[in-house]
Design a protein around this ligand. Structure first.
Ligand code: CAA
Length: 258
């Protein structure tokens, strides 16, 4: 499908999705969110793709939902259309791993989009924030919920109440991002990480994603049980036999996704 607000490239089993509204700092308008979800669904369904990277520009991952598009909307309109419910639901259904590679601003919906990915690699230029309070609204794509789970109540409350930005170093310290790399190396590092994941057994990768995400949705005991049952089920795969045989034979495993 031809896209106007994103650029998609598939190379070496990795789909790279670049948000591309440079004049609006990649603000997430309806079209961009719809195209992004479609591109993610296409990557999920494409046998050649084993990992996805979502990124923006050097200046902005995304500076939030499109304020110009939202500014004149009424309550009746946003309620009736259930604004942001569709992209939120569609993002949650992607089963392949999605890495957010973030440089520059990741604000409002941009920060929320990065958090909806499976993990975040940040350039040292990254700035995260939930400045919706300055617009007289609150986050609408998970900012009060996911940020709290990432960084804890105190920091989330402060960020959401003041709208202040967090730099990359603080974001790493607080557990929002998995690691920080020099801006010039961001895409190289993200690609390298995606390649590492692409080499693993695909059913195992999906089982990890599902199990880690389950930890958000359930009690510890239920989560541990879920994990153990999924762990048991991995013994039905040929890749478990291959992975363990390769270890004992001191060679690299040849996974076949079976
Ligand atoms: N929506 C629409 N347009 C935006 C935008 C946004 N979220 N963010 C930036 N832009 C536009 C600007 O209007 C400007 O366009 P014009 O040249 O036509 O005026 C262009 O992008 C460049 O932006 P600035 O001139 O403001 O660039 P700057 O470097 O001076 O400032 C910034 C950068 C601090 C990120 C500033 O643009 C800013 O504060 N943006 C808004 C951030 C924000 O409030 N995000 C939350 C949005 S609401 C939301 O996301 C709800 C939700 O939870 C889903």
């Amino acid at each position: 499908m031809a896209f106007e607000t994103i650029i998609v490239e598939v190379e070496d089993h990795v789909a790279l999705i670049r948000l591309n509204r440079p004049d609006a700092l990649n603000a997430l308008n309806t079209q961009l969110l719809s195209e992004l979800c479609t591109a993610l669904e296409e990557a999920d369904a494409n046998d050649k793709v084993r990992c996805v990277i979502v990124t923006g520009s050097e200046k902005a991952f995304a500076a939030g939902a499109d304020i110009k598009e939202m500014s004149s909307m009424s309550f009746a309109e946003v309620f009736a259309t259930n604004l942001f419910a569709d992209p939120s639901d569609r993002l949650m259904k992607i089963r392949k791993p999605v890495i957010a590679a973030v440089a520059g601003y990741a604000l409002g919906g941009g920060c929320e989009l990065a958090m909806a990915c499976d993990f975040i690699i940040a350039a040292d230029t990254a700035k995260f924030g939930q400045p919706e309070i300055n617009l007289g609204v609150i986050p609408g794509l998970g900012g009060t919920q996911r940020l709290t789970r990432f960084v804890g109540k105190s920091k989330s409350m402060e960020m959401n109440l003041t709208g202040r930005f967090m730099d990359a170093e603080e974001a790493e310290r607080a557990g929002l991002v998995s690691r920080v790399v020099p801006a010039k190396k961001l895409m190289e590092e993200a690609q390298g990480t995606a390649q590492k994941i692409a080499e693993k057994s695909q059913p195992t990768v999906m089982a990890v994603k599902e199990s880690v995400n389950r930890s958000y949705e359930t009690t510890l005991n239920e989560g541990i049980l879920f994990e153990r049952r999924v762990f048991h089920s991995m013994f039905a795969t040929e890749d478990q036999k291959e992975g363990m045989a390769a270890f004992m034979e001191k060679r690299q495993p040849q996974f076949r996704d079976k």
